[in-house]
Structures are given as C-alpha cells and as structure tokens.
Design a protein. Structure first.
Length: 111
C-alpha cells in the first residue's frame, strides 16, 4: 500500500512530534512524570485548498481501502519516506466550487 498519486498538499504543511508521557499529580501540589513510550512519532496534517475531483476520488478510494493499515508516504518538501496510517476515522472535504474541494487529512507515523 502506498499514498495515491495526487497533487501535493498546500503549504504551510503542519508537522507535530508526539511523545506521550504519564503524569501523576499529588495532593501536596507537585507532580511526577515519565515517558509513556520510548519512541517519538510524527503527525502530518495535510491540507489542499483546491483539490480537483479526480484527485479527491483517488484519495477517498485510498482512504477507504487503507484505513487502519500502514502505508508509505513521501514528504513533499524533504522527499523523506515515512510509514504512516490515517490518524482520524474520517476524510474531511468541502466543495468549494464545481470540480474543486478543500480537503484535510492527518497522517501519523507508525513507530
């Protein structure tokens, strides 16, 4: 499985590095924390301001078949390849005009 061949997302491209922690607060007012995971992972929020319907159909098809599975995605700016999955249960789009949609999707790196 791999990312569909569609136009690159609009910039800015939002990236987040996530490394969860477990934090315990005590009655005396102090807190203690430790890492929940040993590996940090990345999240990428991709947005298209004007995606053609043909590209949306390809993305929607890939989403329907690959949701819940890992696949390869190449960062449009750095050309680095990541193994990712869809981070959300839905694919959001808004019809802007005939034939063009604004679309957003969040990908999450699989450690």
């Amino acid at each position: 499985m791999s990312w569909p061949t569609i136009q690159a997302p609009s910039f800015p491209l939002e990236e987040e590095i996530v490394k969860p922690q477990i934090k315990t607060e005590f009655e005396a007012g102090y807190s203690q924390s430790r890492p929940r995971a040993t590996v940090a992972k990345r999240r990428f929020r991709l947005v298209w301001k004007a995606m053609p319907d043909a590209d949306f159909t390809s993305l929607a098809s890939a989403f329907a078949s690959d949701q819940g599975s890992a696949f390869t995605w190449t960062h449009p700016s750095t050309s680095s390849s990541y193994t990712v999955r869809y981070a959300e249960d839905g694919l959001r789009s808004t019809l802007q005009t005939t034939g063009l949609r604004s679309v957003s999707v969040t990908l999450e790196q699989v450690p």
